[in-house]
Design a protein around this ligand. Structure first.
Ligand code: 1GP
Length: 252
């Protein structure tokens, strides 16, 4: 069962870089998130991740159902623990936080989640989650109790990404953390994307379409934008991100 993963590969093939929007169920009601997702899709989003580092609200199932009804593109769960699942989603990023040395997030949560994912009939997408130092203490850094990779050491990120590929993982997610002061360096994206052959998702702290364009040019397969779109009442920012991410390497 790899239908959603195949859709992601088709997006990457057709557009070179895909634009994913992060939906945080803790920040808006299901109805509000559904109408926001619909607008983001109209503005050019290719797909959606739904998740939160803490998940205070208990409305994930309701939110996933509402968003799913409102959009046509893939809706993928971006979980923070084994229980964060919904059968209404298209897939779940089956994450292992491989930059950390916390056994709970390397394998324990996965062992708990696997039987649930099977029972729900959800598509798991094996994903290597790699935290990159981003200047401030982000929620994911604090909550995961792991050290991120130093931002001036792309060779360490490369080694982790290659290990993930050799372990059979299907995606690498280079994460600065939602709301990061500094996004993943373009140089790291460039070096990692040249070094491995699996698609690369990049996110965290990207607030400027011109930086998204740089990351796309550096070889990202997907760029995730969250925070900066939440106050985007006119969708102008989303359209600017879409244009930049889909520019197919054109310099502006
Ligand atoms: C975090 O990449 C996402 O995983 C989104 O980050 O909210 O900082 O855009 P932002």
């Amino acid at each position: 069962m790899t239908e959603t993963y195949q859709k992601l590969l088709a997006i990457k093939k057709g557009k070179q870089c895909g634009f994913l929007v992060l939906l945080d169920p803790d920040r808006k009601s299901p109805a509000m998130l559904a109408s926001f997702a619909k607008r983001m899709e109209a503005a050019g989003a290719d797909g959606f991740l739904i998740g939160s580092s803490i998940m205070l609200s208990s409305s994930l199932e309701k939110t996933v159902k509402a968003v799913k009804k409102a959009i046509k593109s893939p809706l993928i769960i971006f979980p923070n623990c084994a229980g964060m699942l919904s059968r209404a989603a298209d897939a779940v990023l089956f994450l292992s936080l491989i930059s950390g040395r916390n056994p709970n997030l390397l394998i324990e949560e996965q062992v708990k989640a696997a039987p649930l994912i099977k029972t729900l009939g959800l598509e798991p997408i094996p994903t290597a989650y790699i935290l990159i130092e981003s200047g401030n203490l982000t929620s994911v850094w604090y909550m995961s109790n792991t050290m991120p990779i130093p931002r001036n050491k792309p060779e360490i990120a490369k080694a982790h990404a290659l290990a993930a590929e050799y372990l059979g993982m299907k995606l690498v997610y280079l994460e600065a953390g939602s709301g990061a002061a500094m996004p993943v360096p373009a140089e790291t994206v460039s070096q990692v994307s040249k070094y491995v052959s699996i698609p690369l998702i990049v996110g965290g702290g990207i607030t400027d379409p011109s930086y998204a364009r740089r990351i796309a040019q550096a070889g990202a397969s997907f760029i995730v934008i969250g925070n900066v779109l939440e106050s985007d009442s006119t969708d102008k920012t989303a359209r600017a991100f879409s244009e930049a991410i889909h520019s197919n390497g054109k310099i502006k």
